[in-house]
Design a protein around this ligand. Structure first.
Ligand code: NAP
Length: 287
């Protein structure tokens, strides 16, 4: 419940299509309330072909900040007045901040991943070898963050090899200190698994209860950890298989909460109460 709206209430929100499923309004409003900040966070469903008008409208109305979700994370970039380094590296924007009338794009997904790896798995990428599965939008932000976090080597495997090669080549031009490899096939994947410290699933496999059939977790070292970016459902086949093998693993709720905390800080300059967003999300997704 929003306690009090008045003439100075700031407006925050999320744009995407669809947005009715989004849990961001619940967790962001909970944090705004907990911090006693005079803002309200609302969903805005933006019709296809209306993104430019929507962004102009947000600016004209003095909306303080927005999250951006599927399918507009990349397209929104051309309508903004500036981009933070995090957005340039990720090639996508999930957070827009109104800075004295200029709309500046940020990406807090990658930082959210690093924070979730630390809090949920006690894992920091520095000097480590990471297997990243997937080469879509989430994988790109993750790869940039893992490179910024000092990973020694990131091995990318994707169903469509060409996309993995393109992703690696874009990141190699930005981050020369991390060795980046796009694996050509499942045989190469199986050879790489014994060298891996962390597996990150950045594909949509698992959202419909399916396995990742070609990922043989039993080939990993027993100390390896598994991070599944999928959060709905919260208990995926990948997490179940990791548990059966005694591998430490976590779902994507921590990252979802941490990207929201990052956005909150960009807009308000305030750090939300530790763990609040994750506990709100855990209540929603506990099945
Ligand atoms: P995306 O851009 O559409 O990319 C989808 C990826 O999944 C591609 O690499 C695609 O491979 C792969 N894929 C899809 N179906 C597959 C299949 N049947 N077999 C093998 N690979 C398949 O989506 P995205 O935005 O990157 O999101 C990916 C996942 O990350 C989603 O589950 C999303 O919910 C999750 N995510 C979580 C968070 C979080 O905060 N926890 C944040 C962002 C995203 P191809 O290139 O071969 O098509």
């Amino acid at each position: 419940m929003i306690q009090a709206l008045n003439g100075t209430t700031g407006v925050l929100g999320i744009i995407g299509n669809p947005v009715s499923h989004s849990r961001s309004p619940v967790m962001q409003n909970a944090a705004l309330q907990a911090c006693g900040l005079n803002y309200v966070y609302v969903p805005f469903e933006v019709a296809p072909d209306s993104l430019g008008e929507a962004v102009a409208g947000l600016k004209a109305l003095g909306v303080a900040g927005i999250n951006v979700t599927i399918p507009y994370k990349t397209e929104v970039m051309k309508y903004l007045d500036g981009l933070d380094e995090t957005a340039v590296a990720a090639g996508a924007v999930n957070t827009v901040n109104n800075e004295s009338g200029r709309l500046i794009g940020y990406n807090t997904d990658g930082e959210g991943l690093l924070r979730a790896l630390s809090s949920d798995l006690d894992f920091t990428p520095h000097g480590r070898t990471i297997l990243l599965i997937g080469a879509g939008g989430a994988a790109r932000g993750a790869l940039a963050a893992l490179c910024r976090g000092g990973a020694r080597q990131v091995i990318v495997y994707n169903r469509t090899h060409r996309t993995a090669v393109e992703l690696v080549s874009i990141m190699a031009a930005r981050y020369s200190a991390t060795r980046l490899i796009a694996l050509p096939d499942i045989t190469a994947l199986e050879s790489a698994l014994p060298t891996v410290d962390l597996v990150v699933n950045a594909t949509s496999l698992g959202m419909k209860g399916e396995k990742i059939p070609w990922l043989k977790l039993e080939l990993l070292p027993h100390t390896a950890k598994v991070y599944d970016m999928v959060y709905a459902p919260p208990h995926t086949e990948l997490l179940g298989e990791s548990a059966r093998l005694g591998l430490r693993a976590a779902n994507g709720l921590g990252m979802l909460a941490a990207q929201g905390e990052g956005a909150f800080s960009v807009w308000t300059g305030v750090t939300p109460p530790s763990g609040l967003m994750q506990s709100v999300l855990s209540g929603i997704y506990d099945d």
